[in-house]
Every structure is written in structure tokens, then in C-alpha cells.
Design a binder for this molecule. Structure first.
Ligand code: ACK
Length: 971
């Protein structure tokens, strides 16, 4: 048979392929596309009678170049087809997409060497080697088999099945490479070969431009700094991460449009005429406020119309304004030498609220109108300038005098238009008035029987003073008998007084208008007969004694207050973690609560209360399995009193420890010893009476959960993973019910046994601060494992069971991504910022939508909106009972491009809330049956659950080899 007749020339047939109409994503950059070549491709075929280049047309009748081979009638085929040299550009990871048809061997009669595969090879070189071709230099990428081969029947129907296969090659290091196709006896037609790499394409996010970025071949993300678009500036340095799949992740930071520019699309564009923007920021340009305008583009403010102004402190958004009109309807009420002025607000305040009034006083003379500013001590109440009310009292004017008062209105822009002075005036004449009071009296001389005094004329005599009246009396007489003297001048001598006696005295002036008001009472003493302690001296002594008593009293009071405060602060323990109300709700009576070992005065008392003392001779150490904070962690065996041996982990305290280290080391046992739950690591006992000091716990064959998952990447069913997660949630529910806040819940602190039972561990008191290598110092000084910790705990140390729920969400993500590092290689600072800005980790690959929704619930910013551990356990139970609910995955395609996961707007799943789940699921007869149990499939679930309702989870009977046996086969 002519072998050519076996090959199916594509252009005679209809090609069936789901990939026919694929539009390549914009993040793929072609290095080679055989379909794009119109002429001969010129690839090397060796031997020359092997692969054959053929011109044809594709399904759209576009001319294409193809290669085919079909030497199935001859033995020992080894036909090579090598591409031209393909420059690598900057790519590290290359994708090869092959489209081909392959003939089903069974459908070829009387074949000799028919195969249904061919091999794909590559060779990296620094330069084009021309026609030099040596097979042995090539490395194999893969054997390519067809998903669908065609038969004689298909030939009859003229239908060809087109296969599409994609292979990854990398990391590439040299300047270019060749691909080669090795045929070993198949009947195959290569319809097209496309070679491409992926890049994160140029994009603009938050007004920052991110250039085309080629990812690295490794798992880590490439951090890219964005540059602000024109007319904008950085508010927070913009950054994004380029993933290996050519996707942009986690935009952080942003740029803001400059003043005069607004965000339109992905650019900052100038404000249009009539609009302005006075601040940078992503707000729109605003219309010019009333009485202002701008004819330019990109205005930062609008200018004022004629006769309108803006005060320095006026915001650009405020209308331009003008000075107020004059006050209206001024009225005056004269009382002797005072006047009360009242007026109304101006008819026009100029468009402002900051109107004030100034009162100018002028003294005027009759005749040709002549005025001058008031002099002397005219008083204005409350003041003359800057009045905000429409009234003022002017006092201490001269009697019988003409005054004019000008009341001027001003506002914030009056000083900008000084020529326009708006005021209202009122003229008054004061009445006749008595003189004002004498204020200054001086004692000139004192003797045993007389006192000489002088005084100053009243400030406002209000006329000619006719005389002064001097009234005086003995102080102890209380004004019942007094003496009055009259004096034409401003001095007087009082004679006939008693020696060593205190007198009170008042003076008043008299004019034609009558007496003025009396001065205040002045006190004078006549000289004593002989020397005795003066009243002044006795007063000093009295003051000294009372001050001493007051100081003593104050000291006593201060002492009492300080000592009470100290007692109060001592009684409050600094570490809230250990308070029994850590969960934010009151503990119910009858429920066991966690007791903080710190509350024991002697910590070793706490150890012996909660942990059993073991005899060192009952423990056999086998080998070291790891390093803890205080010393080595070993595996070994413990002989129980029943003589039975169990496998144990032994934590030792290294020699040379301080007393504090010993206390901290044993505090873990004091805490662990209080717990009794299948998902909390069980304490067997402690050795404190001999050295080394040891903590003995149950042995967990598979070690820490994070390492275990990394080692068994993608090897478990979703139900198995959910089973593990359910166990962790159940352990955490127990801890939160006990009032214990863990603070460092992370996959590295979960241990896994041979039955895949997960148990919460790591309870040391100093642990979060010292032990965890993930813990980093926060700005407030504490050390916190940032990636696992809730924002409120990072920001202000609010550690509660709700913050443990946040960490549980991260553990959920770690489990579903098989031990991937949360937030990859992002810095702690970037993580804090991104989380604060609302970004959340994206769903891990193949993660069921319901589990991703649960993660998002755990990562609610408001801790009151996070689920309780009890609800998490119940949700996971229901997912396990209804495995089909785990089939819908939260694919990356369904998540928003910028990973800003707004639950309200993102349709991640067809189930809107976990409540839907709770509604739809049935109740499980044995509620806690699933603690730490793994499930291999839905079919075995019912059986397994029934069994574990009856079976206790026990440690393995014999100690396994250290190399962990996963126990997957038993699942
Ligand atoms: O991941 P791993 O193998 O599991 O390495 C760490 C190491 O000790 C330091 O903590 C292992 N380890 C701790 N406790 C236990 C335990 N109870 N059973 C088995 N391995 C343990 C842990």
C-alpha cells in the first residue's frame, strides 16, 4: 500500500478540534508559529525520506505548512524533524503547543511497525548552528500521544480528529533553542507548531503603569514597581506581583492625579474650562463656584468676578464674596454718661457668615461740624472692634458732651476692597452726671491718735467738684456710729482716734449734679501703745503652720492613692491570652476553663497539678527528630504502668538553662496537661526530678502539617483534606470553649499522625514571642507571626478566639495549597498593607468554592462577623456529608482581576452563604465522629463514620520507623 494514502491530507477533510477557535490570551508571546509562515518552513528532516513538508490549507482555507510521516510499512523507523533556531528572548519557561492528527494503527491493514506516539526533543544553544544536526545532543521533553486517533471509517466520513498538546520546557538559559520531533513508526501529520512564553502584559492599575514583565521559571512571584501615569504622583509606592502564569496579583499602593487633573479611564486629564481641582487625589474636577470662573484647562482654582473676592482661608470650593452693606436701624439709649447702641444686620452680608462690627467713637463740637476721635478712658462693653452681636454699651463718656458713633460692618474680604467702607452713624449728647468714684487713697502719716490721708480727683469729675465727703468708723463698730468730715481739697487729717485701732474709711466727691458714688472701703490702723507681735507677723506664722499641715495631709492622701493603684495594676495580668474570658463571652458554669500557669505563685506547683511526673527509667530515647526552642525533640518509647509500651515524642531542656527557661519550658506542659481532646496533642507526663528535664507527648508519625503537605503535594482527595481541617477546627473549638487563645495557629504548629489525624500543638507561654521563626517584630514592639495573624491583633494586640479564627482561615489556605507559603515572598510590611487595604489571598488551585468562601469569612475585617469555631466544625461536617458540594471550584477565572475580594460583588460560588449549606444539609447522628478522621471517598464515608462512632482514636500499637508511613493506604 502506498503509505501516502494512509496520511490524511488535512485540507480535504473537516478538522474536529475544540481548540479550533481559541484566541490566544494576550499574555502569550509567540516565539514560533508554523501557521503564520506562508512559504516553506525549511526545517531539517533526517533522513530525508522521513518527515515531509506539505503545503495545504486549514479549515478556514488559509494556506499553511504541515509535516507528515507514515513509514509504517518499514521496520526500525527513526525519523527526525528539526525546527529552525528559535531565539529565546527573555523567556525562562517556554510552552510548546502541537496540533496533529494520528492514524489509529489497528485501522491500517498489514502494518509492520506501527506506533501511536512520537517524541518531542529540544536543544539549547547560544547561536544558530545552521544545518548541523546531531540527534544525541537533543534532550527529550516528552512522548506525545494522541487523545484521539482516526480510523478508516473517519476517512470515509472525511472527518479528521485534531489533537492539541501543550508541553512546558524550562528553565531556559541559553540564547535560543531547537525543537525536534522524532517519529519511530507512527502515521502522523503535524498540522501546526506554536512556541510561546507567558508574560504579565503591560497594564495600568491604580493610575500606575506596570510594564510587560516576563515571569521567572521558579515558583516565586516577580515584584514589579509601577510608575505613575502622566500628571499624577505617588501616594503610596505602587507595586504588583507577576505570577508564573503571567497573571498580575495583589496591587498595592497607588498614584493620585495632580491638582488640576482628574482621573478619566486610566489617565489623568486636565480639568475642562469652567472646572477646577484644588487638591491632588482621585476626585473629579468641580464646577467653578458662584461668582468665579476659569477659561483655562487644568485649573487648580477659579478666579473671582469683578468686585468679588476670596479670603486667604476660603476653600477653593467656596463662592467668591464681597464686603457687607452697612448695618441698619441704629438706635441709642443714653443713661447719664453711658449709651447703649443697638442695630440690625446689614441687608447684604456679601455672601459670607463671618460678619463683624466695629464701633468708632468721635467727640463732636457744635457749630461747623467738627469731630475728633474720642480720647480718655471710654469703655466699650464687650469691646469696640470685632463685635459679633449687634449691640454695644459705651460707658465713661463725658457728661453734657456730643458724640458720634460710626458702626461699620466688615467680613473676611472687606480688607480686599478698602475703598468701600460701609457704616451707619448715630449722634448723641450725654446727660448731666455725678462724678465718678475716688479710686486712689494714700496713707501719708499715722500716729497713735491720728491718720493723714490724700487722694486723687475722680477720673470723671463730670463737672466742677465742690467738695469731698470723708466718712470713717471703727472697724469693730460695724458702721453703727461713724464720723463725717468735709474737705475742699484732696487731703485730710483724722484726729482724736484710738491707738492701735483699725478704721474703715470711704470718700465721695460732690458736683452740681450731686454726690458721686462712694469709694471702696479703705482700712487703716493707728499706731500701738507698745511693741507686740504685729498682726502681719501673726498672720505669717498662721500661714506657715497651715501650709505645713496641708503638705502633710497631701502626702498622706497621695500615698494612699498610689499604693491602691499599684495593687490594682498588679492584680491585672499583663498577658490577656491566659484570661479565662479570651473568647469574648462569659464562661458557663460547669464548663472546664483553662487556668493560666502564671496565676500560680510557684510555677512548679502548676506543672505538678496538671502533668504526671514520669520516672526517667520508663522512657527510652530512640533518636533526635528535630530542634525545639529549649532543646532537642526526640522520638522514643514510654513504658506505661501496665507494662505496655507506647511511642512518644520527648522534648528536652538543654543543659545550662536558667530558672526562667526551665519555668517557660515546663509552662507548655502545664497548659497542655489541662487539655483532653482527640485533636489536641496529648501530654503523657513530665520528668522534672532528674536531668534532663523532659516533656513527653504522644508521638505524631507524620510530623508538622506544613512539611507533610509539601512532601505529598496533590496526593490527597479534597475529602481527605477537609477531614484534616475538620479535626483542626474541632481542636480549636475545644480550646476556645476552654477560654484559651492560641495566638500562633499555623500549619507548622499542627502535628499529623499515621492516620492523618491533625492535632493542635505548641502551647509554650513564651512561644509566640521567642520560638516561632515566622514571628516578626511589629511597630508596637511585640513579635507576631504576621502572615497568620488577624489585623486587630497586629495593630493593637487584640488576641481573641476570633483572631484564632482568622489564623484558621490561613491554615485552611495552607492546607488547600499543599503547604504553600501564605502571601508567597511578599514582605511582612506589604502583607500588612495589602490586608489592610482589603486584599485577601486568592483561592488555591482547585479549591472548592465553599472552602474558599469559608476562608473569606474567617478573614472578615470585623472580627464579630467571622464564624465561631463551632460553626466552622458544623460547616465542614456538612461538606463532608455532601461531597458533591465540593465539586465547584473557586477557579482563578472567577475571581476578580485585582484579587480585591469583595464578597458582595464577587460571585465565587453558586452557594451564596454558608447558611445555604447549613440549610441544605442533614444532621449527622454522631456529631463528633469526624474528629481527625480522613475520608478516601464519598462511598466509604458512611461506613467510616459509622465505625468511628464506635472506635476511639488510639496511638499505633507498635512504633513505626521514623521515615513516616503516611497511612494513606488505610484510608
Ligand atoms: O516537622 P517535624 O518533623 O515535626 O519537625 C518538628 C520538630 O519535632 C521540632 O518541633 C517534631 N515534633 C514535635 N512534636 C512532635 C510529636 N509529638 N511527634 C512527632 N514529631 C514531633 C516536629
Amino acid at each position: 500500500m502506498d503509505c501516502k494514502t494512509l496520511i490524511l491530507f488535512l485540507f480535504f477533510f473537516t478538522l474536529i478540534s475544540s481548540a479550533d477557535f481559541i484566541i490566544h490570551p494576550s499574555n502569550e508571546v509567540n516565539l514560533l508559529d508554523s501557521k503564520a509562515s506562508q512559504g516553506e518552513l525549511g526545517w531539517i528532516s533526517s533522513p530525508s525520506h522521513g518527515w515531509e513538508e506539505i503545503s495545504g490549507v486549514d479549515e478556514h482555507y488559509t494556506p499553511i505548512r504541515t509535516f507528515q510521516v507514515c513509514n509504517v510499512m518499514e521496520y526500525s523507523q527513526n525519523n527526525w524533524l528539526r525546527t529552525n533556531w528559535i531565539p529565546r528572548n527573555s523567556a525562562q519557561k517556554i510552552y510548546v503547543e502541537l496540533k496533529f492528527t494520528l492514524r489509529d494503527c489497528n485501522s491500517i491493514p498489514m502494518v509492520l511497525t506501527c506506533k501511536e506516539t512520537f517524541n518531542l526533543h529540544y536543544l539549547e544553544t547560544e547561536e544558530d548552528q545552521g544545518n548541523k544536526f546531531r540527534e544525541h545532543q537533543f534532550s527529550k521533553i516528552d512522548t506525545i500521544a494522541a487523545d484521539e486517533s482516526f480510523t478508516q471509517m473517519d476517512l470515509g466520513d472525511r472527518i479528521l480528529k485534531l489533537n492539541t498538546e501543550v508541553r512546558e520546557v524550562g528553565p531556559m538559559t541559553k540564547k535560543g533553542f531547537y525543537l525536534a520531533f522524532q517519529d519511530v513508526g507512527a502515521c502522523v501529520a503535524l498540522v501546526s507548531v506554536r512556541v510561546y512564553f507567558k508574560k504579565c502584559p503591560f497594564t495600568v492599575r491604580n493610575l500606575a503603569m506596570f510594564p510587560d514583565t516576563v515571569p521567572t521559571d521558579s515558583q516565586s512571584l516577580v515584584e514589579v514597581r509601577g510608575s505613575c501615569v502622566n500628571n499624577s504622583k505617588e501616594e503610596d509606592p505602587p507595586k504588583m506581583y507577576c505570577s508564573t502564569e503571567g497573571e498580575w496579583l495583589v496591587p498595592i499602593g497607588k498614584c493620585l492625579c495632580n491638582i488640576g487633573y482628574e482621573e478619566r479611564g486610566v489617565a489623568c486629564q486636565a480639568c475642562r474650562p469652567g472646572f477646577y481641582k484644588a487638591s491632588s487625589g482621585n476626585v473629579k474636577c468641580s464646577k467653578c463656584p458662584p461668582h468665579s470662573y476659569t477659561h483655562q484647562e487644568g485649573s487648580v482654582h477659579c478666579g473671582c468676578e469683578k468686585n468679588y473676592f476670596r479670603a486667604d482661608e476660603d476653600p477653593a470650593s467656596m463662592a467668591c464674596s464681597r464686603p457687607p452693606s452697612a448695618p441698619r436701624n441704629v438706635i441709642s439709649a443714653i443713661n447719664e454718661t453711658s449709651v447703649i447702641l443697638d442695630w440690625n444686620w446689614p441687608a447684604d452680608t456679601g455672601g459670607r457668615k463671618d460678619v463683624i462690627f466695629n464701633v468708632v467713637c468721635k467727640r463732636c463740637w457744635p457749630g461747623p461740624r467738627q469731630c475728633e476721635p474720642c480720647r480718655g478712658a471710654v469703655r466699650f462693653l464687650p469691646r469696640a472692634f470685632g463685635l459679633t452681636n449687634t449691640t454695644v454699651t459705651v460707658a465713661d463718656l463725658l457728661a453734657h458732651t456730643n458724640y458720634t458713633f460710626e458702626i461699620e460692618a466688615q467680613n473676611g474680604v472687606s480688607f480686599q476692597a478698602p475703598t468701600i467702607r460701609q457704616y451707619a452713624a448715630v449722634t448723641i449728647t450725654t446727660n448731666q452726671a455725678a462724678p465718678s468714684a475716688v479710686t486712689v487713697i494714700r496713707k501719708d502719716r499715722t500716729s497713735r491718735n491720728s491718720i493723714s490721708l490724700s487722694w486723687m480727683e475722680p477720673e470723671r469729675p463730670n463737672g466742677i467738684i465742690l467738695d469731698y465727703e470723708v466718712k470713717y468708723y471703727e472697724k469693730q463698730e460695724q458702721e453703727t456710729s461713724y464720723t463725717i468730715l468735709r474737705s475742699k481739697g484732696t487731703n485730710v487729717t483724722l484726729n482724736g482716734l484710738k491707738p492701735d485701732t483699725t478704721y474703715l474709711l470711704q470718700i465721695r466727691a460732690r458736683t452740681a449734679a450731686g454726690y458721686g458714688s462712694s469709694s471702696r472701703k479703705f482700712e487703716f490702723e493707728t499706731s500701738p501703745d507698745s511693741f507686740s507681735i504685729s498682726s502681719e507677723n501673726s498672720q505669717v506664722v498662721l500661714i506657715a503652720i497651715s501650709s505645713a499641715v496641708a503638705i502633710i495631709l497631701l502626702t498622706v492622701v497621695l500615698y494612699i492613692v498610689i499604693s491602691r493603684f499599684c495593687r490594682y495594676s498588679k492584680s491585672k495580668h499583663p498577658d490577656e491570652k491566659r484570661l479565662p474570658f479570651g473568647n469574648g463571652h462569659l464562661r458557663l458554669p460547669g464548663i472546664k476553663t483553662y487556668v493560666d500557669p502564671h496565676t500560680y505563685e510557684d510555677p512548679s506547683q502548676a506543672v505538678h497539678e496538671f502533668a504526671k511526673e514520669l520516672d526517667a527509667s520508663s522512657i527510652a530515647i530512640d533518636k533526635v527528630v528535630g530542634a525545639g526552642e529549649f532543646g532537642e525533640v526526640c522520638s522514643g518509647r514510654l513504658k506505661l504502668p501496665s507494662k505496655k509500651e507506647i511511642c512518644v515524642a520527648i522534648k528536652t531542656l538543654k543543659a545550662g538553662y536558667t530558672e526562667k527557661q526551665r519555668r517557660d519550658f515546663l509552662s507548655e506542659a502545664s497548659i497542655m496537661g489541662q487539655f483532653d481532646h482527640p485533636n489536641i496533642i496529648r501530654l503523657e507526663g513530665v520528668v522534672t526530678r532528674s536531668k534532663p528535664v523532659m516533656i513527653v507527648t504522644e508521638y505524631m508519625e507524620n510530623g508538622s502539617l506544613d512539611g507533610f503537605l509539601r512532601k505529598h503535594d496533590a496526593q490527597f482527595t479534597v475529602i481527605q483534606l477537609v477531614g484534616m481541617l475538620r479535626g483542626i477546627a474541632s481542636g480549636m473549638k475545644y480550646l476556645s470553649d476552654m477560654g484559651y487563645v492560641h495566638r500562633d495557629l499555623a500549619a507548622r504548629n499542627i502535628l499529623v499522625n499515621s492516620n492523618l489525624v491533625c492535632k493542635v500543638s505548641d502551647f509554650g507561654l513564651s512561644r509566640v514571642l521567642e520560638d516561632d521563626p515566622e514571628a516578626a517584630y511589629t511597630t508596637r514592639g511585640g513579635k507576631i507571626p504576621i502572615r497568620w495573624t488577624a489585623p486587630e491583633a497586629i495593630a493593637y494586640r487584640k488576641f481573641t478566639s476570633a483572631s484564632d479564627v482568622w489564623s484558621y482561615g490561613i491554615v485552611l489556605w495552607e492546607v488547600m495549597s499543599y503547604g504553600e507559603r501564605p502571601y508567597w515572598e511578599m514582605s511582612n510590611q506589604d502583607v500588612i498593607k495589602a490586608v489592610d487595604e482589603g486584599y485577601r489571598l486568592p483561592p488555591p488551585m482547585e479549591c472548592p468554592a465553599t472552602l474558599y468562601q469559608l476562608m473569606l469569612d474567617c478573614w472578615q475585617k470585623d472580627r464579630n462577623n467571622r464564624p465561631k469555631f463551632e460553626q466552622i466544625v458544623s460547616i465542614l461536617d456538612k461538606l463532608i456529608r455532601n461531597p458533591s458540594s465540593l465539586k465547584i471550584t473557586a477557579s482563578t477565572a472567577s475571581r476578580p482581576v485585582n484579587l480585591l475580594l469583595d464578597r458582595n460583588s464577587t460571585d465565587i460560588t453558586s452557594f451564596h452563604t454558608m447558611g445555604d449549606w447549613l440549610e441544605s444539609a442533614r444532621t449527622l447522628p454522631c456529631k463528633d465522629a469526624f474528629s481527625g478522621v480522613s475520608y478516601s471517598s464519598c462511598d466509604t464515608l458512611a461506613k467510616t463514620s459509622a465505625e468511628i462512632c464506635l472506635t476511639e482514636v488510639r496511638p499505633a500499637a507498635t512504633c513505626p520507623e521514623w521515615e513516616p508511613s503516611m497511612g494513606i493506604t488505610t484510608l
